[in-house]
Design a protein around this ligand. Structure first.
Ligand code: PLP
Length: 433
């Protein structure tokens, strides 16, 4: 066993010893849920702690540990755990009844606000998740073009049924896909030359989120726009994660107008949410008043909690100034981490954009999925467990999405903690002279 294995074993043992109640809850849950889990991404070894309550940007587990929540519910928790406007809105909405089975007075307001913010979204429809939003966008593109295949990218994540994290997932929806290499212009030119006439859509995250917070190269993304136009395919931007990066999403920062866009996460104010929208002519395919529309079903598509909380969040909380400050804070975190990684000579780097930050256990730079794949998973796990022990919660894979409740002081504090941990762990990567 080498020194890193030993450090990891000790960190895991400390984690387990400090969490007897979580261990008990895990054992009980595993009697009913496979692995005690109902959302794969939340799993980590030895077992995930059980959160008992949350407020502002804090989480407390059933064993009484309090963590600063830097994970921000994988971007859905942008408003934090107890935003007063969201709470008031939800409470007031509940007072008028929960589920109507009818059009309500909230949905058009949220639709108007979404279309106002995201310029390419001339019309929008709501779903219950980002996964569903992407499935519907794909369905729209296939119906609009009369073609079947999709161009997607290795390392991309568009939901549980459209995941290409390590090639296509075995549980993916059975669409014919052409798998490209993210940020590789020559590769997509070749793929369009070969398959362009059968592609309904290019489905792409303008920054790979789950795939390592790898920003799309603007030249690459613009080339996708041009190639989609030249070959009659639709360009679909999956902005389920990246829409938070400016009031108009990452597409506004890039100056690229996709045909369709998908949203999710925070846009529902922290309630379950998804949306797909874009060109009015394509979205008109779903207009039931036309008499020959494509169906778009979903019992909870217009549920009053998501509609009302989403509208309140976008209009009363996430003003452009607040959104800018949040993304500036993310930039501060990323550059702070980069500085301490370099100063410590530690084999880590930070990626991302604005309030979304990725930490990789490799010196980097990480510009491609292959670069991210070069990370040392044992070091990544140790980094995660060390930070958890110090009271900081991020995703096991090194993913951070700041909420509005995380302050500059939190950011400076976690950067200082990382600097201290790296100094302690330096013998693991420093070669003896
Ligand atoms: N698309 C992207 C880019 C995502 O990051 C996610 C979720 O993490 C999804 C789609 C799926 O969204 P949901 O989990 O709401 O189904």
């Amino acid at each position: 066993m080498d020194a890193l294995d030993q450090a990891l074993d000790e960190a895991r043992a400390r984690y387990v010893a400090a969490r007897p109640r979580s261990a008990e809850a895990q054992a009980e849950a595993a009697r009913w849920l496979p692995g005690g889990n109902t959302r794969t991404v939340l799993w980590f070894d030895p077992f995930p702690f059980r959160a008992a309550r949350a407020w502002d940007c804090y989480l407390e587990d059933v064993d009484g540990h309090v963590y600063v929540d830097l994970l921000g519910e994988y971007t859905a928790g942008l408003f934090g755990h107890s935003d007063p406007v969201i709470r008031e809105t939800v409470t007031a909405t509940l007072a008028d009844g929960i589920s109507f089975g009818a059009h309500n007075t909230h949905e058009a307001g949220l639709a108007a606000e979404v279309c106002r913010r995201f310029a390419s979204m001339e019309r929008v429809r709501f779903t219950n998740s980002g996964t569903e939003a992407n499935l519907m966008a794909v369905a729209a593109a296939r119906a609009a073009t009369g073609r079947e295949a999709l161009l997607v990218f290795d390392g991309a994540y568009h939901g549980g049924l459209l995941s290409f994290a390590h090639g296509p997932s075995p549980v993916n929806a059975p669409y014919p896909v052409v798998l490209g290499t993210y940020n590789d212009v020559e590769d997509v030119e070749r793929l369009f030359a070969e398959h362009g006439d059968r592609l309904a859509a290019v489905l792409v995250e303008p920054m790979l989120g789950s795939g390592g917070c790898i920003p799309g190269d603007p030249v690459f993304l613009q080339r996708l726009r041009d190639l989609a136009d030249a070959h009659g395919a639709l360009l679909v931007f999956d902005e389920v994660m990246t829409s938070r990066l400016s009031p108009g999403g990452l597409q506004a920062l890039l100056g690229i107008r996709p045909d369709l866009t998908t949203l999710g996460k925070y846009v529902g104010g922290g309630m379950s949410f998804g949306a797909f929208g874009g060109r009015a002519d394509v979205m008109a395919l779903f207009d039931p008043s036309s008499g020959h529309a494509l169906p778009h079903a979903g019992t909870f598509n217009n549920n009053v909690l998501s509609m009302a909380a989403g509208l309140a969040g976008l209009t009363r909380v996430l003003t452009p100034d607040v959104q800018q400050a949040l993304n500036d804070r993310g930039d501060r975190l990323r550059s702070g981490l980069e500085q301490v990684f370099r100063a410590a000579g530690a084999p880590f780097c930070a990626t991302g954009c604005g309030s979304i930050v990725g930490v990789h256990a490799t010196p980097g730079p990480v510009r491609t999925v292959a670069d991210a794949g070069a990370a040392d998973d044992r070091l990544a796990e140790l980094f995660f467990l060390d930070l958890l022990e110090c009271g900081w919660y991020l995703a096991r894979r090194g993913f951070v999405a700041l909420s509005l409740r995380v302050t500059d002081a939190h950011v400076d504090d976690v950067v200082a903690t990382v600097a201290r941990l790296l100094a302690e762990r330096a013998p693991l990567w420093e070669q003896p002279a």
